[in-house]
Design a protein around this ligand. Sequence first.
Ligand code: GDP
Length: 364
Amino acid sequence: GFKCGIVGLPNVGKSTLFNALTESAAAQAANYPFCTIEPNVGDVPVPDPRLAKLSEIAGSAQTIPTRLTFVDIAGLVRGASKGEGLGNQFLAHIREVDAIAYVLRCFEDSDVVHVDGKVDPLADAETIETELMLADLESLERRVPALEKKIRGQDKEAKETLALLERALVVLREGRPARYAAVDHEDRKAFHSLGLLTSKPVLYVCNVDEASAGSGNALSDAVLARATKEDVGCVVISAKIESELVELDAEERQSYLADLGLNEPGLNRLIQEGYKLLDLVTYFTVGPKEARAWTIERGTRAPQAAGVIHTDFEKGFIRAETIAYNDYVGLGGEAGARDAGKLRLEGKEYVVKDGDVLHFRFAN
Ligand code: GDP
């Protein structure tokens, strides 16, 4: 599955947030096995209002969301790139995730010590990014001599790799993350396989005080401004409130949210933003038994999309009966869509679109 890492300096509320995420997932797991692989890994359902709508129309007995994995990556301190603190282990964990959420402290509390002595989320974001950039610089520079040697031996692939690597080096040496490197669309995959920490998409998570959960505060406003300028995602959330919300039953939660002037838990937005960061596509399978959301990478063709459900579906793929989400909802479900000629028969080359409602036909 796809993974979003949670990083941040000590005492910013990472664990509080992560625990709220996993407890909320566990509480919703009544009809789906909740699994944690390790104490710092949580597999959480992705809230998607479209799924509830489809389930309602089809009268599905069960509704099964797709999932996103969050990894609580502890150990970021100044000097992590040089092996300080949990150093190397920390960097290894970040390498394994697809996107990174930076938790930034935007709450004042004299009882909670700030490692740098001052609450300054922008400085914290820079500290995190600097450590990751230093680690990238070092790993790239280490790889150059071996690649140059291969190029002297006429290795064409090494030449292409070095060219990409140099694109990253240029921006890193300017003190900017590798995600700003100029890379053509067709080279994106190869670029990502360089395994750079700062080429992964980033989300700023502003952990604000309880009173600011709805509208944010001056600190989170500053982060938001920077996020907008940098074109990265940003979520304002109060970890403390989230940790209280997960303890409540549905009714109490609703009234607490209303008191706070919120429509839904901040965790929902966090999960949705994390999912959005990965540029994934969600498709649905809908029937009387269950309505279910599935995740694929953008650009995935129908047989491979079917393979996410079961390898047999991919091997024996014949066609995908396809209804766009808006048609399904607008025409009152499968029968209505069929009658209106909106049920398409798509073959092996079809690239699945976000929101497609699919029914796979396959031979054993
Ligand atoms: P971590 O080191 O980043 O994992 O931080 P923790 O989640 O362990 O939180 C550090 C301390 O900050 C704990 O005492 C939390 O109770 C406190 N804390 C976390 N979030 C908030 C918050 O939103 N407001 C306040 N006042 N304290 C918080």
